[in-house]
Design a protein around this ligand. Structure first.
Ligand SMILES: *[C@@H]1O[C@H](CO)[C@@H](O)[C@H](O)[C@H]1NC(C)=O
Ligand SMILES: *[C@@H]1O[C@H](CO)[C@@H](O)[C@H](O)[C@H]1NC(C)=O
Length: 446
């Protein structure tokens, strides 16, 4: 908030709130009636977005790059002493190094919340709360969910660290509306969310989703759905996203495996910010990630999202991610396949692509190849030439190429930080080797 003066700030909040009320119907909030409850939640969420926004995003990108250097050099110099760890915990990134090698992770589950990096770095999820053990995979009552179910857990008001008693397959009858201050921690069980509706974070803060498998998500028909202990209301049909982040801040999605959803795998829209998506494995999907869905929603300029150590794998087509406005740090991800493009956008987003590996698909038709990593939409070159899209330390394979734009020096003129270069894309195989949901067993490192 340092960048706003006191008086200007109130004006800005009021202005943005007015713009929200006008714009939201157009971008389908799926809220049947914008009643007092949702208006209050929307207002709090906007304040949280403004508060979570970092006025100097390069401080955040630098810190992550520095921590990758430290994690890798630490490993190199202590490799001999660490032999006893044997395998998985040797080759890893700073997020994983923070917790994964602990064989007592079961007793120290909440330590995970200290490990997030990037723009979601202040996310603590349910760290201050009790454990809630999901015992029952059913999802039959949308208004009065049965105690012991995932829906009952996520609609509680107090902070909770939600874990699973055993492996289970959950078919969500309607979108799962998650309340704030929650961690959904799938470690130690194989938790598959499939065949039904997806997960919705709408006007909430502080949510961690870790270690789930999510696939084959379809639209929910809508109806009366509970969103918290105090409220339920009518929802229209949901989109069929795996995870929909809507007007929410401080969100961390880590070690999640996702494929084949009927809309996006992960969408972040309506002024969502302070988000890190890390260590995930994505496969078999068309529109992978959409960050910003409206050209006219001003708060989207506050979007700040980190994508780090993810594996964009087989059968992906486009939008990894597709961005509007905002600031996106895409760092040390492995893009082993895409059919149309990897990173795209419109409306002047800032995209810092660092230390990724981009392997273009084979050129079958030279007139219609997809070797270009990037794609700009709805703007002539005269306009997009000034958008800041940088590629640094990216490893380009199979003729992949990244079309950069914008004047970095000009953009950084007001920044006081010295930039730390990323670890180059040649390290990506090591950094992303354990992407996706892990098979953690009690008493052993994950
Ligand atoms: C989450 O925790 C914060 C800080 O304690 C609190 O202000 C907020 O109301 C909580 N959110 C919910 C949904 O309970
Ligand atoms: C095909 O790939 C080359 C680089 O290998 C590129 O310059 C050209 O623009 C591409 N053609 C099309 C139609 O995408």
């Amino acid at each position: 908030m340092a960048s706003w003066t006191g008086r200007g700030n109130h004006g800005l909040v009021a202005l943005i709130f007015v713009s929200f009320v006008l714009v939201v119907p157009a971008i389908r909030a799926h809220i049947g009636e914008m009643d007092e409850y949702w208006q209050r939640r929307a207002q709090l969420a906007e304040k949280a977005t403004l508060k979570a926004y970092h006025p100097n995003p390069h401080e955040v990108t630098n810190e992550l790059n520095l921590n990758v250097h430290k994690a890798l050099s630490g490993m190199e110099s202590t490799r001999r002493e660490l032999r006893k760890y044997d395998g998985p915990c040797l080759a890893t990134n700073p997020i994983d190094r923070c917790w994964r090698c602990d064989p007592n992770w079961v007793s120290n589950r909440k330590k995970l919340a200290d490990c997030v990096q990037g723009f979601g770095r202040n996310t603590r999820g349910g760290q201050d709360g009790d454990y809630y053990v999901v015992l029952d995979p059913s999802d039959s009552d949308m208004v009065n969910p049965k105690p012991g179910t995932l829906r009952h857990a996520v609609t509680q008001n107090r902070p909770l660290w939600i874990i699973f008693a055993r492996s289970m397959i959950i078919r969500l009858n309607q979108e799962l509306i998650v309340n704030g201050n929650k961690t959904i921690d799938g470690r130690g069980a194989n938790v598959l969310i499939t065949g039904g509706a997806g997960i919705t974070l709408q006007f909430v803060s502080n949510v961690i989703i870790h270690g789930l498998r999510i696939n084959n998500i379809v639209k929910g028909s809508g109806g009366m759905i509970r969103d918290s202990e105090d409220h339920y209301g009518f929802r229209t049909e949901s989109d069929g996203d795996g995870i929909s982040i809507f007007g929410s801040s401080n969100v961390w999605i880590d070690h999640v495996s996702m494929s084949k959803c009927s809309d996006g795998l992960i969408d972040a829209i309506v002024g969502s910010t302070a988000i890190t998506i890390s260590n995930c494995h994505f496969t078999n999907h068309n529109d992978v990630m959409l960050f910003g869905a409206s050209d006219s929603y001003a708060l989207d300029a506050h979007m700040q999202i980190t994508l780090a150590f993810n594996h964009f794998g087989q059968g992906l087509i486009q939008r990894m991610p597709r961005c509007r406005m905002g600031f996106f740090h895409v760092v040390n991800n492995d893009y082993t396949h895409w059919l149309m493009y990897a990173i795209g956008g419109s409306k002047n987003p800032t995209i810092l692509s660092q230390g990724n590996r981009f392997i273009a698909p084979p050129v079958l038709d030279p007139q219609n190849n997809a070797t270009e990593v990037t794609k700009r939409e709805y703007a002539p070159e005269s306009e997009w030439r000034s958008w800041l899209w940088r590629s640094e330390g990216d490893l380009m394979m199979n003729r992949a190429f990244f079309v950069t734009s914008g004047d970095r020096a000009a953009a950084l003129r007001y920044s006081s930080v010295d930039l730390i270069s990323p670890r180059p894309g040649t390290y990506v195989t090591r950094l992303t080797r354990f992407a996706g949901a892990l098979n953690c067993r009690a008493g052993q490192p994950c």
